[in-house]
Write a new protein. Structure first.
Length: 206
């Protein structure tokens, strides 16, 4: 589990369809098998050396995300998994990317920059809900049939890869976990028959 608060920006050392190697902060020492979010994608460290970590990529991960567009020396957002006893910021991010969105454009606004994105197919976006773009926790507004906007403050642009994003470029997107559950709904709900069939009460008469 992650928060969407980027801890560092690393650089791609090597990339293939099955493996990604990236530079990480020298102070980091992730254990083999530990999860790290790279551009918002939860990956497992399979090899670690000072200032460097390697991650295996499955065909599903390579095909569903924008990791395949990375080249050597490209910047990547990095976040370690949260600690149970740590301060929680951002929002709930699993690192299980839903797909990608395309950057439509960036415009300056008072105190921030407004970035607009195109998505397809329909997405579980809620006005003022959260979204993780390349792992960055942001708030959604201006939701349309196939686009949405988000405001990005200069600090975020400077300290994440969003400052390198260009119109037409693809970013990994993970929609708000709580929003997805809310939109999906809870099925038929709890009924007397459900309670009976699951041992909570005596079986009701038909």
């Amino acid at each position: 589990m992650f928060t969407g608060i980027i801890e560092a920006v690393g650089r791609v050392r090597a990339i293939s369809r099955s493996r990604l190697e990236a530079g990480i902060p020298a102070a980091w020492s992730p254990a083999i098998g530990e999860s790290v979010a790279v551009n918002g994608v939860c990956l497992t460290a399979v090899s670690v050396s000072p200032g460097r970590a390697a991650f295996d990529l499955s065909a599903e991960t390579f095909g569903r995300t924008a990791l395949g567009e990375l080249k050597k020396n490209c910047p990547v957002n990095l976040e370690r998994a949260i600690k149970a006893d740590g301060r929680f910021s951002g929002h709930f991010v699993t690192g299980h990317v839903d797909g990608t969105v395309s950057l439509l454009g960036v415009e300056r606004a008072p105190g921030c920059f407004v970035m607009s994105f195109r998505f397809s197919p329909p997405a579980p976006l809620v006005e003022k809900g959260s979204v993780a773009l390349d792992g960055v926790s942001l708030t959604v507004y201006g939701v349309g049939a196939c686009m949405f906007k988000t405001a990005v403050i200069p600090h975020t642009l400077k300290n994440t890869t969003l400052g390198w994003a260009k119109p037409g470029g693809r970013l990994n997107v993970e929609y708000d976990l709580l929003g997805k559950y809310a939109q999906k709904g809870s099925g038929p709900g709890i009924t007397m028959r459900f309670l009976s069939e699951n041992g909570f009460i005596g079986r009701p008469a038909d």
